[in-house]
Design a protein around this ligand. Structure first.
Ligand SMILES: *Cc1c(COP(=O)(O)O)cnc(C)c1O
Length: 406
């Protein structure tokens, strides 16, 4: 696999890398690039090079880098009130919860700071509903739910469990899409089903037809809570506010993070008023959850999406991506499948995806690879048609180049 020639790393970048090597825990694989500034779908490094970013903020920067209305809302809020504990009321948190409820199923929000934390809240709520009698939760192979011990146990991918055992008790795994397997796993200790409506890290795989409907039916028949992890597909990315709205199936709980605050850290669990009662005072908390800055950013993100009609823009832009990528599939055998769910895009290859990411980087294009062979794009909702075309040109060149070497 080609790697960036380390002799070409600039001085500014190298000095930052040296500090990391000495002082930062080496738990991430990083490219030898130090990013210093971003705007829209462009980002610049410490040496002044410009990149087109089709994976801004690992799916967090839903509205691109530094979207003006969000920047302004955060700047105004940070000068007024940075943080107060959840022993007090604040205007932004209430307003944020209201906007989320009105765009989902009209329930209530618990706020936290990340996706894994939102899923922990959901896991606790499933258990609390029956005082722990129905503690088991069914999840799906290929899913991803986070890195804390509950969420990572919920993540049915062995590579994330290596060396961590014993895992949390009570999780059972079914093949994705297999309703019969779910029916067989349910017993009188089962309390919930947790699933991503569209697998993200699992390779951008939408639920097969009838699957979510079937899970809803099983949940209703067996008195289970249906939890949708929308940390990656939620908040407008797919052209609707929430992924579940494409399927006509309403869950009991949804979990959100990543795009929720357009790049500021924030997470949420939404549930019905009825179920929310089980999270009584003292049963669960998050010190920074729903803080004024995250709330201001979350409110500004929703308002920007509506003021700029970005849900409709996503539909049009997704169509352009689909056409461009299907054209590429026509002329390049290495492209096996193209999956487009709004601004959540997977290009499944028959060749090594990491080499394509590397080749794209050499063309100043930022993309991601998941599951070894799926190029994943999570472009911003407001990306321009010019940037889509430019990005698809560069990505096509990268794929064709790597395929020709294979
Ligand atoms: C990223 C992700 C998570 C974990 O979110 P963190 O903020 O990293 O904890 C959980 N579920 C899904 C579907 C994700 O994509």
């Amino acid at each position: 696999m080609a790697t960036i020639d380390t002799t070409s790393i600039g001085d500014k970048t190298q000095s930052v890398i040296d500090v990391f090597n000495r002082y930062v825990v080496p738990n991430y694989k990083r490219f030898p690039v130090c990013l210093v500034r971003g705007l829209g779908s462009k980002v610049w490094d410490a040496e002044g090079a410009e990149y087109l970013d089709l994976f801004p903020g690992w799916g967090c920067n839903l509205l691109g880098h530094c979207p003006e209305p969000v920047v302004r809302a955060v700047q105004e809020q940070v000068a007024k009130l940075i943080h107060v504990p959840n022993t007090w009321y604040t205007e932004p948190q209430g307003e944020w919860a209201r906007l989320l409820a009105e765009r989902s199923f009209g329930g209530q929000a618990f706020f936290c700071n990340s996706g894994t934390e939102a899923n922990e809240a959901a896991i606790k709520l499933v258990r609390l509903r029956t005082d722990g009698r129905r503690y088991k939760i069914i999840t799906f192979k290929g899913g991803f739910h986070g890195r804390t011990m509950g969420s990572v146990t919920a993540t049915a991918q062995p590579k994330y469990h290596e060396g961590l055992g014993p895992m949390l008790a009570g999780f059972q795994y079914a093949p994705h899409g297999d309703l019969d397997a779910v029916e067989k796993l349910v017993d009188d200790q089962t309390g919930g089903i947790l699933v991503e409506p569209i697998l993200g890290e699992g390779g951008v795989v939408p639920a097969p037809p009838g699957f979510l409907e079937g899970l809803r039916r099983i949940a209703d028949e067996r008195d289970l809570l249906l939890v949708f992890d929308e940390v990656q597909c939620g908040c407008g990315r797919t052209g609707k506010w929430f992924g579940y709205q494409h399927f006509g199936v309403t869950p009991d709980i949804i979990t959100l993070a990543k795009s929720l605050c357009a790049g500021i850290a924030g997470g949420a669990m939404l549930t019905t008023v009825e179920l929310a009662k089980h999270l009584r005072p003292g049963m669960h908390a998050s010190t920074f959850g729903g803080n004024p800055i995250a709330a201001a950013a979350g409110v500004a993100a929703i308002e920007m999406i509506e003021n700029e009609h970005l849900l409709d823009h996503v539909d049009r832009t997704a169509e352009l991506f689909r056409q461009r990528l299907l054209d590429l599939k026509e002329k390049c055998d290495a492209v096996r499948d193209v999956r487009v769910a709004g601004m959540m895009i997977g290009v499944e290859l028959s060749i090594d995806g990491a080499a394509v990411v590397q080749s794209a980087l050499e063309k100043n294009l930022l993309v991601n690879c998941t599951q070894g062979r799926v190029i994943r794009l999570l472009p911003s909702m407001n990306i321009t048609a010019d940037d889509v075309n430019d990005g698809c040109d560069r990505l096509s060149d990268a794929i064709i180049e790597v395929a020709s070497r294979a």
